[in-house]
Design a protein around this ligand. Structure first.
Ligand SMILES: [Zn+2]
Length: 316
């Protein structure tokens, strides 16, 4: 397989038709051996005729397990299920989102892949769900932990959605935990609830007790030194930012990258969707050592069992 391209044009040349995309996805999802997405059977399924009139040559199956016998393709029970958009377009969208440092807006994505803006918006959100790390390993070593606020400023909102009387600062607190030379975990907290009661459980859940914690002097981190190997505090309130190895510059650098990305690309993100945007940015950060192509291939392996319906997205 000549699978090594450097530009989006080469990428699109390679994934020139639906059949190629299906076969590629089968390789990523199943290592090429179909597994029934309904019952999990690995018995070789029957090959059946494609149900798609437009794409009669895409691989389609029926489970050969006695009690199952259900039809499926590689799209079944994946983020691609129930979407009328061709895989070719989904692939391009996934490639764009996994390579764009500051993300890609639905307006931009719509024009690049040739779908409506509403469809592009939905695709973007589904891809963010796909990129979400569901069971991250505990962070260890030196872990910088820091909180910040995303304020959806009124000037970036649509006229009809501006909030009166808040000065535009309906702030969403976010907690970031960054292992130096390792991974990053981001959590959006409830509005007005950034304190020890909300923050400490997240630290305990995501950071190994053998880790060395580095934080600022925010009261929410108080007493964590009793649970962790070491806890170093740089007191920003008294003007201290760096004490030898102890600082939170890496996570703070990430915050400014995230905020620039959100303001520059998306203009405004509502509290309800913010976690998904965080997942998109942390995915790129956590896989920054991979090439664009490796990131795309890796993301495709995660396509299974990550559904997000339009209803969940708009009502959730
Ligand atoms: Zn089955």
């Amino acid at each position: 397989m000549d699978f090594n391209f450097k530009t989006i044009a080469e990428f699109n040349d390679y994934f020139k038709d639906e059949k190629t995309c299906y076969e590629f996805l089968e390789q990523q999802r199943w290592d090429g051996q179909p597994v029934c997405p309904h019952c999990g059977s690995i018995k070789e399924p029957y090959n059946v005729k494609s149900r798609s009139r437009k794409f009669p040559d895409i691989p389609s199956y029926r489970c050969s397990e006695k009690g199952c016998q259900l039809p499926f393709t590689v799209r079944t029970n994946s983020i691609f299920q129930g979407s009328r958009v061709e895989l070719r377009k989904w692939f391009q969208a996934a490639y764009e989102i996994s390579t764009a440092k500051k993300g890609i807006s639905s307006v931009e994505l719509a024009s690049r892949i040739g779908v409506s803006q509403k469809t592009a918006w939905f695709i973007n959100h589904r891809l963010r769900v796909m990129l979400t790390e569901t069971q991250p390993e505990l962070l260890t070593g030196e872990v910088e932990t820091d909180e910040t606020y995303y304020s959806g400023q009124n000037k970036n909102r649509h006229h009809s959605k501006r909030v009166k009387g808040t000065g535009g600062h309906a702030k969403s607190p976010m907690l970031g935990l960054l292992q130096r030379d390792g991974k990053l975990i981001l959590r959006v907290l409830e509005k007005g609830k950034s304190n020890g009661l909300t923050i400490k459980p997240i630290v305990r859940e995501t950071v190994s007790k053998n880790a060395v914690l580095i934080t600022d002097g925010f009261g929410a981190y108080k007493d964590l030194d009793q649970e962790y190997k070491e806890h170093h505090i740089v007191s920003h309130a008294t003007g201290e930012y760096v004490r030898g190895n102890w600082h939170t510059n890496n996570i703070e650098g990430f915050w400014s990258q995230l905020k620039r990305g959100i303001v520059g690309t998306f203009h405004f993100v509502s509290h309800k969707h913010l976690q998904r945007y965080c997942n998109e940015f942390s995915y790129r950060y956590n896989n920054r050592q991979l090439t664009n192509l490796e990131r795309f291939t890796d993301s495709m392996k995660r396509c299974a069992n990550t559904r997000l319906t339009y209803e969940q997205l708009t009502n959730g």
